[in-house]
Design a binder for this molecule. Structure first.
Ligand code: C5P
Ligand code: MG
Length: 191
């Protein structure tokens, strides 16, 4: 199995690149943000709860997010691997992911961090907000809060996986193809 964490700040291109990685490497894309938005779209209990955090740019409580993620992994056992997008978002979620995979005899193979600076992120997300229909993409103060949550809680996940030599930083500025080539090189080297 090949399990990849696609990492980086909001708006760094994780979702876009995940689609291309899935095509090339035939992995299952699990985006916790997309799972939450699906639940919100259907006004489920989980969706209503998630919305109260997402609308402020805060993290949904760990037990909720981890439970949802585990369900998705458990429901799809026969895959060549997973590409995790938007998860883990803190150290606690990283430890949970390791346990979930370990129970199945698997592990995280690589964490790829897309490096994009803050001002470029704000620009990209505001631009995405014109068409994404996401309220958290349309308000600069919410976007800045998402970035600060990323810096405080999420960024340490890089070091967590770096301790076992799994983390790599990739320049997230450039054309889609250029960035994809950079990611592919790292994935091929970690196989
Ligand atoms: O990953 P994405 O940027 O699509 O996530 C959108 C929002 O969903 C985040 O800003 C956060 O509020 C919530 N989220 C979360 N925990 C995760 C993933 C997403 O709370 N692991
Ligand atoms: Mg995304």
């Amino acid at each position: 199995m090949m399990n990849i964490i696609l990492f980086g700040p909001p708006g760094s291109g994780k979702g876009t690149q995940a689609v291309k990685i899935v095509e090339k490497y035939n992995l299952l894309h699990i985006s916790t943000g997309d799972l939450f938005r699906y639940e919100m779209g259907n006004d489920t209990e989980l969706g209503v709860l998630a919305k109260s955090y997402i609308s402020k740019g805060e993290l949904v409580p760990d037990d909720v997010t981890i439970g949802m993620l585990k369900n998705k992994v458990d429901a799809n056992p026969d895959v060549k691997g997973y590409i995790f997008d938007g998860f883990p978002r803190n150290i606690y979620q990283s430890e949970a992911l390791d346990r979930i995979l370990e129970e199945k005899g698997h592990s995280v193979n690589a964490l790829l961090q897309l490096d994009v600076d803050d001002e470029e992120i704000v620009k990209r997300i505001l631009n995405r907000g014109k068409t994404s229909g996401r309220s958290d993409d349309n308000d600069e103060s919410i976007i800045r809060n998402r970035i600060s949550v990323y810096n405080d809680e999420t960024a340490p996940v890089y070091n967590y996986y770096d301790k076992s030599g799994k983390s790599t930083r990739v320049n997230g500025i450039g054309s889609l193809e250029e960035i994809f080539d950079r990611l592919s090189q790292v994935i091929d080297a970690s196989k």
